[in-house]
Design a protein around this ligand. Sequence first.
Ligand SMILES: [Zn+2]
Ligand SMILES: [Zn+2]
Length: 582
Amino acid sequence: MTENKRLDKYAIAAALQDIAALLELKGGKDRFKARAYQTGARVVAGMSEDMGEAVLANRLTSMRGIGDALASQIEQLYLTGESSVLRGLKKDFPPGIIELSGVPGLSISKVKTLHEALGITSVAELKEAAEAGKIRSIKGFGVKTEEKLLEAIATHRQRGKGNERLHLHRALQAAEQIRGYLETAGGATEISFAGSLRRWKETVGTIRIVANAKRPAALVEKFLRYPLIVEVIEKMEEACTVRLNEGARVSLVAARPEEFALALLTETGSKAHIARLQQIAGSENGQSKVRRPRARNIKVSKALQGEAEIYDQLGMDYIPPELREDVGEIEAAMSGKLPVDLLTLKDIKGMVHCHTTYSDGKHSVEAMALAAEAMGMKYVTITDHSPTAFYAGGVTLDRLQQQWEEIAAVQEKVKVKILRGTESDIIASGHLDYPDKILEQFDVIVASIHSRYKMDSAKMTERIVTAMRQPVFKIWGHALGRLLQRRPPFDCDVEKILDVIAESRAAIEVNGDPHRLDMEPRWIREARKRKIKFVISVDAHSTGAMNNLKYGVGIARRGWLRKPEVLNTLGAKAFANAVRPA
Ligand SMILES: [Zn+2]
Ligand SMILES: [Zn+2]
């Protein structure tokens, strides 16, 4: 039966990944093709639609990143289990070439010779042969080459390619694909993210995953067959670290049920937090534990009860992962002072900071309103750019009039309340774009800096202070202008600005755009001390970007923000009252 030959999406992704690797080895213009296959592998592994349906309905090419050539290979793989392109490429290379060519100093012709002489097809076999002194006898190799190869294998393992960190959303996407794969593979009763991903750090160095498995070693073996793995960096019986095709590092720890909670806790970190816990556990060893007064009303989901028990044994309340930085959370957990109403995603009732086609957004007012409604929001703020941001299609006064008319018309058709807003530039003098007379007519103002980032600290501080002191109420948008891993926050006296905000008509945005995630948690904590209010925004330039909300909430939680401190947890009327400019 031909049915048996049909491959699932992971096997297809693996084949595409092999094609990419071989094309990369061919070099030249094939490297561009290689990139297309690499993207294809990622898209296929992440497909939510049934592969068979997509193939039969000819829908592959409608997926982003899949062109005709790629689609025909995917179809072949699905229907016959083979790819003509892969078959052709394999003829050009010795077996094991993909793995072996990663070892520095091993050219394609050397790999060929090694295969012909000793039948070597993997790095492990190469290492074994080198250690046994078999390489030196091959013509053109010698003792020195043998030593160099052993060295290269050792450093190659530690070095890896690119130690860059992933943006949070990319890390989450990769982690979710792996979770999907492991769930399909079976053998784990629970799969949890850990590490900086679980703590919602802005960027992730290693995607850490902990799985609850009765047979850990078998699960690790299954994971190692994940198609997007291009390199195994480290492998132990119950854990491994690998690199994926696009550079991400992933570590999997498979733990038996009785060890799962502790493994999850330690893999989640942070290092400083775990070190403190170990210290406390050590000092309490053998003593009868004194029970401290605790709040005991922190809600813990069933899945996390194991972790909660460990905290309980240490005499403290359960500490949510976002707080585990050793910046006072342990003391708070011991004295029952952790925030009990830490912000959660479901607390958010309004989608704040949305762009439309009136400036640089992709979608219409109506599309944005409907998308917010579909996510259960009670209100949405349309905040397109102001005229100074001409490069982003800032909205001039007559266009603004037009937008307000459109908003009124759309409002007739949708349930979600649409608030008329602006993302007004804070111009160099510290004043807001649009005349006061206009500003007062908005329902909500986000005030942001989009130009002249390089002022000296004193001037920048003065600029923002002036803006915050404007009589209209405003939300300070993407506060310090950082773009993660690309542009640092600008220079200014943040504490002084926070002092001014505390006595002005202003709130601060936590921007959920995963490239920004601004303002950062340490400054949120400083602002909280001054009783400043926040909004969690999406800075959405498309309906899809409304999913940024979860990142904003994650950052807010790391800043210890409580529900009552966040304005868009209010209902539509209360929110409109709280942010009304005049
Ligand atoms: Zn902006
Ligand atoms: Zn914006």
